[in-house]
Design a protein around this ligand. Structure first.
Ligand code: SAM
Length: 282
């Protein structure tokens, strides 16, 4: 199986600066590419991942770095339960190459496998989501999370055929341009990706020390919009009439960047990535 190649890691490391002795939350462990780089730079890392398949990589890093590394096999929205303070919280969102390239996980229309799409072992699969939703709920998912234009006819076809494999789902979609958006929309809904991100970001200001940094790497416009708007709120001065709800603005924008053409050539998965980072500074 393809090992995940970290995306925008240099931009993230650049935003984080000197990591010696710094306490970092890696919200999305994946294959441990980011975590390993943070540990090699001298950080103390607490990592989350809700995918049980990453356990072997987490164990290997634990064996190598001992108590400088803690792995929490839970959704990253659980970071709100941590009682410590940290110097950085990093998100590298979306799915890993290991997940998309494993046909048995049901994420990809390039393989025929069970229509699962769960990152974690818990919750309902994409096939169960289709079975338990009505056509208008499915059409809303397709519109909101995939910007699918013919959402209602596709939703009705999903209800009629009740696909249980990725191949069957793919065959139901007549316009090839709709295939990737339909798969994306179902995956986002199955994993409550927007809810997870919103809840985790809500916890970040309370977790960070003064001078602490939050960096997010996003892969599509929906999650990037959540990050961009949240960071705008955090960096808006109180009293700004454009954002009357803001009561404290301890953050400053550090950077916003996209991959270089060389990185995209090396790793096509990087092509839609954005890195945004803010620093907490009173
Ligand atoms: C793009 S990969 C991260 C790759 C990692 N930075 C690396 O260098 O190997 C995203 C990972 O985040 C995990 N993930 C996504 N959403 C999550 C959530 N809400 N809670 C916990 N893990 C999540 C996925 O299971 C996946 O393993």
């Amino acid at each position: 199986m393809t090992k995940h190649v970290p995306v925008l890691l240099d931009a993230v490391l650049d935003a984080l600066g000197d990591l010696r002795g710094r306490r970092v939350i890696d919200a999305t462990f994946g294959a441990g590419g980011y975590t390993r780089a943070f540990l090699n730079a001298g950080a103390i890392v607490t990592a989350f991942d809700r995918d049980p398949h990453v356990a072997a990589d987490a164990d290997a890093i634990k064996a190598e770095f001992g108590n400088r590394f803690t792995f929490i096999p839970e959704p990253f929205s659980a970071m709100g339960n941590l009682n410590d303070k940290y110097d950085a919280v990093v998100f590298d969102l979306g799915i890993s190459s290991m997940q998309i390239d494993d046909g048995a996980r049901g994420f990809s229309f390039r393989f025929d496998g069970p229509l699962d799409m769960r990152m974690s072992a818990a919750g309902i699969s994409a096939a169960e989501l289709i079975a338990s939703s009505d056509a208008s709920q499915l059409a809303k998912i397709l519109r909101d999370f995939g910007d699918v234009k013919k959402a209602m006819p596709i939703a009705r076809a999903l209800k009629d055929a009740a696909p249980t494999t990725t191949g069957a789902l793919r065959n139901l979609i007549h316009d090839p341009r709709d295939i990737a958006p339909v798969f994306q929309a179902l995956r986002i809904a199955v994993n409550d990706e927007m809810g997870e991100l919103t809840r985790a970001l809500d916890a970040v200001p309370g977790l960070l020390n003064d001078g602490g940094i939050c960096a997010c790497v996003t892969f599509h416009s929906l999650e990037d919009r959540i990050v961009k708007n949240t960071f705008r709120e955090w960096t808006t001065a109180p009293g700004d009439p454009r954002m009357p709800s803001v009561v404290a603005a301890p953050f400053k924008l550090l950077r916003a960047s996209t991959p270089s053409p060389a990185e995209v050539a090396r790793n096509p998965r990087a092509r839609s990535a954005h890195c945004r980072a803010v620093i907490k500074s009173y």
